[in-house]
Ligand binder design. Structure first.
Ligand code: FES
Length: 71
């Protein structure tokens, strides 16, 4: 997942992915470009649990996803 890429590369994003991908936070919220969102949505659409958690994300966008769910 995108979260794995960030963790595996020790990217300095403090607090990102606090629940380690268990869909219990929205700290991994990302806003994609329309092009990337459409591509991800085709192969890996958001499930109900992700959509519910996204409702709690600050600055929610039409192109929002949770990084831990993007594969
Ligand atoms: Fe918590 Fe993605 S890391 S929902």
């Amino acid at each position: 997942s995108l979260l794995d890429v960030i963790v595996d590369n020790d990217l300095p994003l403090d607090g990102y992915g606090a629940c380690e991908g268990t869909l219990a936070c929205c700290t991994c919220h990302v806003i994609l470009s329309k092009e990337h969102f459409d591509r991800v949505d085709k192969t890996n659409p958001a499930g109900e649990e992700e959509l519910d958690m996204l409702d709690l994300a600050p600055e929610l966008s039409d192109y929002s996803r949770l990084g831990c769910q993007i594969r």
